[in-house]
Write a protein that binds this ligand. Structure first.
Ligand code: F58
Length: 829
């Protein structure tokens, strides 16, 4: 009866169609002014750009909320199988432009604002980035949310609402300094605080037995409890009404639990210790490759997992009473191992709280989890010290031991008493520090283990997960990463977007990106080439203005803009880039003046953050600045070579830089980049790639052809041989010379750069800069030669965009949807 009443009410709500907010410019203007007056409490006759941005955002948010409500009601009515995407990191960037484009009302807003005397683009610049993540993994999550919404999948994202996102990078005298990113300082119009949507999350304490109806159950008596409060971020699809939820949890002190501490009389200390609860969601860990065996990190992981699992089970129980149906209604995606405690949490709730028999609970768990790994190296795999886990989550440790015991017993039946292999595959690692191997737990309990590119899958099958692959080959798959063309073309490069639509005669490619292949037939068309070059020039101008405003450096638009933007890491080889630049400089200095006319001018742009504790990466940043100082002030060089460092690289900076790049570098040592997604964004924008055969580049080559990019370097199978062999520096004179210049203090800071130079000495050059240097210079020379032939360059550029469709996150999500067993559920209104 209650549910009938509910659906009758829903019907009445659907009938209220004409209540929807209107999207004509006059209505939009009125809404913006209402928000200026009633939300911002500013006079409608006097408000500045930031207040206008906030009012504008609130008016967009109102429209998002309408669609979101309709979508959620529709999902509830249809009750499809849902996908829950668990990730500790989401790099969402800005929301305004993306939202109005996906809602299809950007032009109306622009008109409404211009009549009020404001420019949409200027207001959009007021927004700060939501930087709740480190790098590729986190931005991938954001792209996938956009695709899930656009493709109408019934999806929820779950994560943590850090108060401090990824640190702000400030460069002082060429050195990186980190400053806190208190991104919520001026409020956040893009989230909805759900003060009544909370769950208790327990920590510490002990486990006791309790008898109920003659059965013995485990009961966890916690030693600490905090409250998880939901903050919903709305993700609109493009060309659909569907708007899905990214639910981020914030920690708040729990009211229920610590009354006792108040009763002891120490009121002040009791209040202060309550506030500590909030520290759980206070700060994002800034490492982009290694795990940290820290208690706070583990607390963060469990906190977000526990709240999410409770929410998922509550939603399931709203409509179902039998857990046999759970796998038909619920799929859980583990974005790397960071949320892997979810597996154990589901087991705990099913067995201890729902009182399901262990085997039945285990059968359910094995059907719902799918796991994606983003790393290639064993050192990148997460381990949780058992002592830490046992103290923080005593019941979970027991459950892990039981899962492991059952697994090892089964394994023995299959592989016999091969103790080495058994110990490698065990979830529990015995050793100096006894630990839980999160990856082993995730593999054992998931129905699918995904790599993020075909090459990545081959690597994990051969190395880190070899034993598991041999046991369960069918579990191992790959879903090549992708990026959303909505943000990475339509939002960030509107002129290219219009040009593409004009030549394809349709905007349908924004949802159906394979249509971009239609550009191939016009790649040599002089009219398209001319327009293509003009669009690219305008984007270069925008970037040049930004560079000048930021650094005072004027750069020539005739130069090739050569960009490498990504986290700073030895394996990504920004040092190879710098050494290549030193070589170029050296050549210019040593050539006859008359020959300098033949040099293709370059603006070399680099940007990226180093993890705060990563000394070598920080030295790479300093070296860039030291080299820039020398070259940029050398009158022999002039416009032939300029170096730019873009500080505080983030999503919105990428939106500006990528469309303005001619050439971009993706030059990791083969076998180190699981996929790489930056290359896909450049490709979509018609930027040519200078790359090694690593990660998804292998698949990019298949799409656009090796002739349309500049490829160099050792391949995966060469790497161990070259590491063994080393490189003869007598032969590789050019490399030896540039390293020596740094070592000898040609750019200053001789002592400081010593340890950096040591990393590429013969016998220590783990990332093979020495052996790849010759190939790198040749690839750079090929790029120069091609740049002179603008007809050829532009054709390659058009073909790059035309071949980028396969690297859309829409394709990635369609691949995942099959694994998850979900179907689209499109809100019909
Ligand atoms: C990245 N990993 C991969 N990890 O390095 C990159 O090749 C891939 O394209 C991308 O994932 C998406 O699949 C990555 O970004 C992290 O940032 C982790 C954050 C938490 C600690 C461990 C590293």
């Amino acid at each position: 009866m209650a549910s009938e009443e509910r659906s009758a009410k829903a019907e009445r709500m659907f009938a209220l169609m004409d209540r929807f907010l209107k999207n004509d410019p006059i209505s939009l203007q009125n809404d913006i002014l209402d928000h200026v007056e009633y939300t911002m409490a500013r006079s409608r006759f006097s408000f500045d750009d930031f207040e206008a941005y906030q009012a504008l955002s609130h008016s967009v948010r109102d429209r998002l909320i309408e669609r979101w409500h309709d979508t959620q009601i529709y999902f509830k009515r249809k009750d499809p199988k849902r996908i829950y995407f668990l990730s500790l990191e989401f790099l969402m960037g800005r929301s305004l432009s993306n939202s109005v484009i996906n809602l299809g009302i950007r032009d109306q807003y622009a008109e409404a604002l211009s009549q009020l005397g404001f420019e949409f683009e200027v207001l959009a610049e007021q927004e700060g980035d939501a930087a709740l993540g480190n790098g590729g993994l986190a931005r991938l999550s954001a792209c996938q949310m956009d695709s899930l919404a656009t493709l109408d999948y019934p999806a929820w994202g779950y994560g943590l609402r850090y108060q401090y996102g990824l640190f702000r990078q400030v460069i002082m005298d060429g050195f990186q300094h980190e400053q806190p990113d208190y991104w919520l300082n001026f409020g956040n119009p893009w989230e909805i605080e759900r003060i009544h949507l909370t769950y208790p999350v327990k920590f510490y304490g002990s486990v006791e037995d309790e008898t109920l109806n003659g059965e013995i159950y485990k009961v966890w008596i916690p030693g600490e409890m905090v409250e998880a409060v939901a903050y919903d971020n709305l993700i609109p699809g493009y060309g659909t009404r569907n708007t899905i939820t990214l639910r981020l949890w914030a920690a708040k002190p729990s009211d229920q639990y610590d009354m006792e501490s108040y009763n002891t009389g120490d009121y002040i200390n009791a209040v202060v210790s309550r506030q500590k609860a909030e520290s759980i969601s206070s700060v994002l860990y800034p490492d982009d490759r290694s795990y940290q065996g820290k208690e706070l990190r583990l607390k963060q992981q469990y906190f977000f997992v526990s709240a999410s699992v409770q929410d998922i089970i509550r939603r399931f129980k709203d409509a179902h009473s039998n857990f046999d149906e759970f796998p038909e209604k619920v799929a859980l995606q583990l974005n790397d191992t960071h949320p892997s405690l979810a597996i154990v949490e589901v087991m705990r709730i099913l067995v201890d709280e729902e009182h399901l028999d262990w085997n039945k609970a285990w059968h359910i768990v094995c059907q719902i989890f799918s796991f994606t790994t983003h790393t290639v190296i064993a050192e990148g795999l997460e381990k949780i010290p058992v002592d830490l886990l046992g103290s923080l989550l005593p019941r979970h440790l027991q459950i892990m031991y039981e899962i492991n015991f059952n697994f090892v017993e089964e394994l023995k039946k299959k592989i016999g008493l091969d103790y080495n292999r058994l110990s490698r595959m065990s979830i529990v690692e015995e050793g100096a520090v006894k630990s839980i191997r999160s990856a082993n737990l995730s593999i054992v309990c998931s129905h699918t283990v995904n790599g993020v590119s075909r090459a990545h899958l081959e690597l994990i099958k051969a190395n880190v997960f070899k034993d598991f692959y041999e046991l369960w080959p069918q579990k191992f798959q790959y879903k090549t990463n992708g990026v959303t063309q909505r943000r990475w073309i339509v939002v960030s490069n509107p002129s290219l977007s219009s040009l593409i639509s004009k030549w394809l005669g349709t905007e349908a490619w924004v949802r159906d990106v394979e249509l971009l292949t239609g550009l191939r037939e016009y790649a040599a068309n002089p009219d398209l080439q001319l327009e293509w070059k003009m669009v690219r020039k305008v984007n270069k101008m925008r970037l040049a203005e930004y560079i000048e405003a930021m650094s005072g450096l004027k750069v020539s638009l005739d130069a090739m803009f050569d960009v490498q933007i990504k986290r700073i890491h030895e394996y990504k080889r920004q040092l190879l880039n710098i050494l290549g630049i030193i070589h170029r400089y050296d050549c210019i200095k040593n050539m006859e003046k008359s020959d300098r006319r033949k040099v293709v001018p370059r603006v070399c742009i680099i940007g990226g953050k180093a993890a705060p504790g990563y000394e070598i990466a920080k030295k790479i940043i300093k070296l860039w600045h030291a080299v820039a100082e020398k070259i940029n002030n050398d009158s022999d060089v002039g416009d032939l070579l300029k170096l730019v460092f873009i500080p505080d690289y983030n999503v919105s900076v990428a939106e500006l830089v990528i469309p303005g790049a001619d050439l971009s570098q993706h030059i990791s040592t083969a076998g180190n980049e699981a996929s790489g997604t930056g290359s896909m964004k450049f490709l979509m924008n018609g930027c040519l790639l200078l790359a090694t055969e690593d990660g998804s580049t292998v698949e990019i080559i298949e799409e656009i052809g090796v002739d349309n990019m500049f490829l160099f370097g050792a391949r995966v199978h060469d790497v161990p041989v070259l590491r063994e062999k080393g490189v003869d520096l007598k032969v590789n004179l050019q490399f030896a010379r540039v390293v020596r210049m740094v070592r000898d203090g040609y750019f200053g800071f001789k002592d400081y750069f010593k340890s950096l130079c040591d990393t590429v000495e013969v016998g220590k050059d783990f990332y093979l800069l020495g052996s790849d240097f010759g190939g790198y210079l040749e690839a750079q020379a090929a790029a120069d030669k091609t740049f002179v032939d603008q007809e050829k360059w532009t054709r390659m550029s058009i073909l790059s965009t035309a071949g980028s469709g396969r690297f859309s996150s829409d394709r990635t999500i369609e691949d995942y949807a099959k694994t998850w067993g979900i179907e689209p559920c499109r809100c019909p209104f």
